[in-house]
Ligand binder design. Structure first.
Ligand SMILES: [Zn+2]
Length: 249
């Protein structure tokens, strides 16, 4: 059977109410297993290690079948004095400053990753996936991800299995709500992409908390998921990667 992977990005105490609404709407569509991309300390002022009510909420979601995934540490990129114009353009305009792992060194990445895993240790299970904020990750930082023992990471256009090393091409659907023109552009683009992906073995749908606040976007996401569910099994990345790892594609 073909697969559908739904991931919810930017899960943190700051977005918890929106995330809860999204997961409840997804459950109404029969989607009970997603990958939850958790930010350990969203923008430096929402540490999950100090937030018991967020911890117990996340434990409940994981117990219900969702997969916890590490998604950066602060999510936001710390500005560097020597930023080149191209770094500024990529991180400030394309991602609104959210590409935390865009140019981290191996040491910086290793520290952020191990701090993140420590903060998620209240979960009784191992975290095996890492997804960089805005999917931007330097080669050095990706080496850190591999060294730390993560099993997989994803980019917007692929799933990277780290053990055994393998890249599976699959472009994710993702919406932008930052400006009115972006909303319109993403509605058109994702409609076309969903049609183009109809026969593909894997369909990836990446949701952000703000998507649920935009009527048309949330309607389109639910419609695409409803259609996909008829002929696809909805599984988290962890399970997909397990199946892909030893299969020759
Ligand atoms: Zn994110």
């Amino acid at each position: 059977m073909k697969s559908l992977v739904v991931s919810l990005h930017d899960v943190s105490p700051l977005t918890q109410p929106l995330c809860a609404k999204i997961l409840s709407d997804l459950a109404d569509l029969g989607v009970y297993r997603t990958s939850l991309l958790v930010i350990p300390n969203h923008h430096g002022h929402a540490p999950i290690s100090e937030n018991r009510s967020f911890q117990s909420w996340l434990i409940r979601q994981v117990d219900a079948g969702h997969e916890p995934v590490l998604h950066g540490y602060f999510h936001q990129r710390q500005m560097k004095k020597a930023d080149s114009w191209i770094s500024k353009l990529t991180t400030e305009i394309y991602t609104a400053g959210e590409g935390e792992f865009f140019d981290l060194s191996l040491d910086e990445a290793t520290k952020a990753l191990s701090d993140g895993l420590k903060d998620m240790a209240f979960l009784s299970r191992k975290v095996v996936g890492f997804v960089a904020p805005a999917w931007l990750v330097s080669d050095a930082a990706e080496k850190g991800v591999k060294n730390m023992g993560f099993v997989y990471t994803t980019r917007i256009g692929s799933i990277r299995i780290l053990k055994p090393s393998k890249e599976v091409k699959s472009r994710s659907l993702v919406w932008s709500t930052r400006a009115a023109w972006r909303v319109l552009a993403s509605l058109g683009w994702n409609k076309a992409l969903a049609i183009a992906k109809n026969g593909a073995p894997i369909l990836r749908v990446s949701i952000h908390p703000a998507d649920v606040q935009h009527k048309l976007i949330w309607w389109q996401i639910r419609k695409i998921i409803t259609t996909a569910r008829r002929e696809r099994e909805c599984i988290p990345y962890e399970l997909l990667v397990e199946r892909l790892a030893w299969k020759s594609l």
